[in-house]
Design a protein around this ligand. Sequence first.
Ligand code: 6MZ
Length: 351
Amino acid sequence: MSEIAGPAAAALASLCPDDLIFLQALPKAELHAHLNGSIPIKTILELAQQYSPSTAAQTTEVADTLEKLRSGVVVFNEIDDFFSLMPTIYALTSTPEAVTTVTRAVLQSFLNPTGDGAESPQCTYLELRTTPRATTHMTRERYLTVVLEEVEMYPATQAALIVSVDRRMSDLDLEECVSLAIEMKNRGRRVVGVDVCGDPRRGDMESFTRHLSRVKGAGLGLTVHIAECTENTTEDSLALLSCRPDRLGHATFLSDELKAEHYKPCIEICLSSNLLGKTAASLEAHHIHYYLKNDHPIVICTDDALPFRTSCLGEYSLLLAQPPLGLGLSRGDVARVARMGMDAAFLRPCD
Ligand code: 6MZ
């Protein structure tokens, strides 16, 4: 059972051994990876063995989702095909023990040597993000503490946490999550930023600004998923941009006027996610070309390695491989992109 499949695997397989060595040795920052979307398939299947669903419908749903993930044939026709996977993943990760297990596995998958003959890990520095989740087994604070305990096992030069808030959150939940992020940072815990994520077709971003405006003042970085699908309006983007985020997730459908703003937040580019999620028709049509051409900072990221069956190496292969499998960038340009990514970290690896 190969961990990586799809466009990233095809690009990776097309590279010569020298290119592979070059990509493996390149210092890379992974700045857009969702914890519960990045769980190694082996870990999620192990958790499923200990899980006993309470209803027949739950049993069927869990079995269906796991089969899709295991076989690597999740069919993505619309963004809902991604979000519909989450209830199963959340059902399997609802206790503090399960959160510890998945966080440890995700950190290891990014930061420990890959074990495929390479000495180097997938990335040099990881800013993992997650949405604090309250369940019958834990509060949001406990969830975050459990995740941070694992993140802080690694040196600050290697791993840090971004607290995500979901577009569907109520005012009260949002208030709690942003306050938690700020309090954790003030207590010296390794929270470095806040992210806005979740179903891009939901939520009123205007009402989020009051909470998001507290983030940067508290010394945290701010990143927001923005203009991820065609339904996102200019008003939605303007509300998010009014908080002056340091980085933007996807920005696929950001209007040309907003793209050309003189303020140039780094764009978190997730090629496999956009191709498989069908928000980009092809590599040729991908918005990365605009940002490369205009010398706009970008960082190359995996987003959700579990459903999109990718890795940091796979995403960088998409830059280096020759068209149509990749963008055909030179090694010099790929190295420049990787440096931009390292420079966009909220907590600089050299801090
Ligand atoms: C928007 C996404 C996402 O936070 O539970 N998430 N939000 N767009 C995407 N593009 C595909 N991929 C993941 O990780 C899972 C959560 O991250 C957000 C969703 O809210 C998802 O429920 P955590 O660790």
